[in-house]
Design a protein around this ligand. Structure first.
Ligand SMILES: [Zn+2]
Length: 133
């Protein structure tokens, strides 16, 4: 079995839940080619060719796109960390980190702005500063 290699889905501009059956419901796309791979000691697949594949511009194939995709899947699907990792072509650890960040983000009770929560904080840093004055 081949070593961990990301699926072409990561380079594909259709690799989003609302554009791809595979990403959306984990339904294999008819006419694609894939091979079995091991990722983090778990059996997975690497998509090699797909009729829906359209290359995303190089400028967009970066960490931001990958993070966007992880967050989109984490928010809009009921997939496990493992399945999201498989689809995006990253490790389980990367997905866990992004999901953790997502869960820490809450809306400020006072102004409604999103901020990363630390402990039992209910107000964003800005409102907390203003309160202290
Ligand atoms: Zn606030």
């Amino acid at each position: 079995m081949a070593k961990s290699t990301p699926s072409i889905c990561f380079d594909c501009k259709n690799g989003y839940a609302h554009k791809c059956e595979w990403v959306h419901t984990y339904t294999p796309v008819p006419g694609w080619e894939y091979k079995d791979v091991m990722r983090e000691k778990t059996k997975g697949i690497q998509v090699i060719k797909c009729p829906n594949f359209e290359r995303e511009s190089d400028a967009k194939r970066n960490k931001t796109v990958r993070t966007e995709r992880i967050l989109e899947l984490a928010k809009n699907s009921k997939l496990s960390v493992r399945m999201i990792a498989e689809k995006v072509g990253v490790s389980d650890y990367t997905v866990q980190q992004e999901v953790k960040k997502l869960k820490r983000k809450v809306a400020c009770v006072k102004c409604g702005a999103e901020f990363e929560k630390k402990g039992s904080q209910k107000w964003c840093d800005k409102c907390r500063k203003e309160k202290k004055k």
